[in-house]
Design a protein around this ligand. Structure first.
Ligand code: GUN
Length: 279
């Protein structure tokens, strides 16, 4: 059996560390507050938003929930974000994605003050990450780095292959691995020889969004496999982008789905909120 990289345990450790930090901050008169905005009532988004609120309550972060109707206009949403930007009590602002089709998500993300951009999606945050300046980092890839570090897996000098180039996961993931001195290859749907490229990886990060796509012929013997995918199969069971059963006796370490990368996203959001309050 390979080493199971336990995201549930590691995310709980991070949340406990943050809880202690928030307690100390409170003693010094500093409170931490996150504003969470949801437009419409997409059921998956409602579950995510609820989990974020629960994590805030656990860590001791105040959360302000804005549940806006589907018909909310772009102008109304911008006005709310501008009000929260100006509110010194609010440290972080999160607009749950996806937004309804009539709202321009890019413009909304740009409206959030970079000082309160706890999702790390603002172009200024992404730019800072690219040039190695301090700034907020997208939570899921930041969580992957924590999983690797806290599981004793070295990144420096390793062949790292990222499958997927989304703005939220693949691109920031590749920059973070580079920052840790990995040798990074980014692959995507137009990559010609994906199997051969993936097989070069000492650390393979699958974030392509296709259930159980990565089988043992994409994986080198002894590789570390990080599965960012999250899908429900026909029996309503969760699975990732990696065919866990197929690769498990070939790899040295792997994240399960569920219980791998998933719980880390919220833990890193909490980390970014505390950071926003202490900067
Ligand atoms: N929708 C799915 N994942 C995320 C996330 O990490 N942040 C936001 N704001 N919306 C999401």
């Amino acid at each position: 059996m390979p080493q199971l990289i336990d995201g549930k345990k590691i995310s709980a450790e991070i949340k406990d560390e943050l809880k202690e930090k928030v307690r100390k901050l409170k003693e010094d008169g500093v409170s931490v507050c996150l504003a969470v905005i949801q437009v419409g009532n997409d059921p998956a988004s409602s579950i995510y938003v609820n989990n974020k609120k629960k994590a805030c309550a656990y860590v001791g972060i105040e959360s302000l929930a804005y549940e806006l109707p589907e018909e909310t206009t772009q102008k109304e949403l911008v006005a709310l974000i501008e009000k929260l930007n100006a509110d010194s009590k609010v440290n972080g602002i999160l607009v749950q994605l996806p937004l309804p089709g009539h709202i321009n998500a890019d413009a909304i993300i740009r409206t959030i003050s970079p000082d309160k951009d706890v999702d790390g999606f603002h172009p200024e945050s992404v730019g800072r990450l690219c040039i190695g300046e301090e700034g907020f980092v997208s939570c899921t890839p930041a969580g992957v780095i924590q999983l690797l570090k806290r599981s004793g897996i070295e990144i420096e000098g390793k062949e790292c292959v990222v499958i997927g180039r989304s703005n939220i996961v693949g691109k920031p993931m590749s920059i973070l691995l580079l920052r840790e001195n990995g040798t990074v290859t980014v692959t995507h749907s137009r990559t010609r020889n994906l199997r051969e490229t993936a097989k070069r990886a000492d650390i393979l990060v699958a974030a392509l969004g296709k259930p159980k796509f990565i089988t043992r012929d994409y994986v080198k013997d002894g590789a570390v496999v990080i599965d960012v995918g999250m899908h429900r199969n026909t029996e309503n069971k969760l699975c990732g982008d990696v065919d866990f059963e197929d690769v498990k006796d070939k790899v040295s370490a792997i994240t399960p789905v569920p219980g791998g990368v998933g719980p880390m996203t919220i833990a890193m959001l909490m980390y970014n909120c505390v950071r926003a309050a202490t900067k």
